[in-house]
Design a protein around this ligand. Structure first.
Ligand code: PPS
Length: 302
């Protein structure tokens, strides 16, 4: 575990529109975040839409690739749709409108800020969960790359992850998800743990196929697991393959950041970043959130 210092979160990630009642993620390149969220809530949902929902850095892209291949019954990268439809990204809503069915919509925003028609359409939701320590570390490097906060100290970032800013924390997100499940019993939600996908990809891919009601032989599941392995996806991204990274990444890159979706792809990288003291504080924070928010998630740390 490493050493770090610093107390307060940087102002860049603290500034949120005050008029808006609930926490949202602010993507660079969007001028009016409140208007964007309002438009997102009104987005028209199609009967066969699928939503991949996750707190940032929990494996959204990975599950998007897998879901694409399952729905389209092919591991050919060229046959997947052009673009990951991240609703809160610049142009995300326009892309959603243009996307051929079946669409796979993505969002990091909590339920209160998602298209409300998801409820009446009983849209299938794939919810990706990752242990909060690795998610925090992944988020840290992501922010340093794209948000122009190169001086961000890990301790400052941990403060944000522990709710000392107006950004939604992973536990705010999970609380909203639990609340949604509680208030909409029977809504189709498949929870996928990042760590389970790492350890038993074929088993989870089979379960996902069942959830999506698509055929999946053992051989096809194996092919999907191979085609969506970290090594494969990272190599494609590095080679600048078609739609790797997505158009959205290009938008961010033009704004002066550097977007990487595939960094290390391992369980337990948190051990390289957390000091012993930080780990103790974060453990206590996790325990208190689980208890106080009445959450039922069991995280896997190695
Ligand atoms: N196939 C595969 N196997 C294992 N790990 C993978 C895979 N694909 C993506 N990743 C890792 O997922 C992290 C990025 O998560 P997201 O895609 O949710 O990021 S984002 O919030 O949408 O930007 C990020 O984690 P870190 O490497 O820890 O930073 C990615 O590397």
């Amino acid at each position: 575990m490493s050493a770090d210092s610093g107390e307060d979160p940087p102002s860049e990630v603290e500034q949120l529109p005050e008029a808006y009642g609930w926490k949202i993620f602010m993507f660079p390149g969007i001028k009016d975040h409140v208007a964007h969220v309002e438009a997102t809530r009104k987005l028209s949902i199609r009967d066969d839409d699928v939503l991949v929902a996750a707190y940032p850095k929990c494996g959204t892209h990975w599950l998007w690739e897998v879901t694409q291949m399952l729905l389209r019954q092919t591991t050919d990268y060229e046959k997947r749709t052009k673009e990951q439809v991240m609703l809160e990204s610049p142009g995300g809503l326009e892309r959603a409108e243009q996307e051929p069915s079946p669409r796979i919509l993505n969002s990091h925003n909590p339920f209160v800020h998602l298209p409300q028609e998801i409820i009446s359409k009983k849209t299938k939701i794939i919810h990706v969960i990752r242990n909060p320590k690795d998610a925090a570390v992944s988020n840290y490097w992501h922010l340093k790359n794209i948000h122009n906060v190169q001086d961000l100290q890990f301790q400052q970032h941990l403060n944000v992850m522990m709710g000392k800013s107006q950004l939604p924390t992973q536990f705010d997100y999970l609380q909203q998800m639990s609340e949604f499940e509680r208030t909409h019993p029977g809504h189709p939600i498949k929870h996928v743990y990042y760590e389970d996908m790492k350890k038993e990809p074929i088993k989870i891919i089979k379960e996902l196929a069942q959830f999506l009601n698509v055929p999946a032989s053992d051989e096809f599941c194996q092919d999907v697991a191979n085609a969506c392995s970290f090594e494969k996806l990272k190599k494609l991204e590095e080679a600048g393959a078609k739609n790797f990274p997505t158009e959205f990444a290009h938008v961010l890159n033009e704004l002066g950041g550097k977007m990487h979706f595939y960094r290390k792809g391992i369980i337990g990288d948190w051990k390289n970043m957390f000091t012993v003291a930080q780990n103790e504080i974060f453990d206590a924070y996790i325990d208190s959130c689980i208890k106080n928010k009445g959450l039922n998630y069991t995280f896997i740390y190695e």
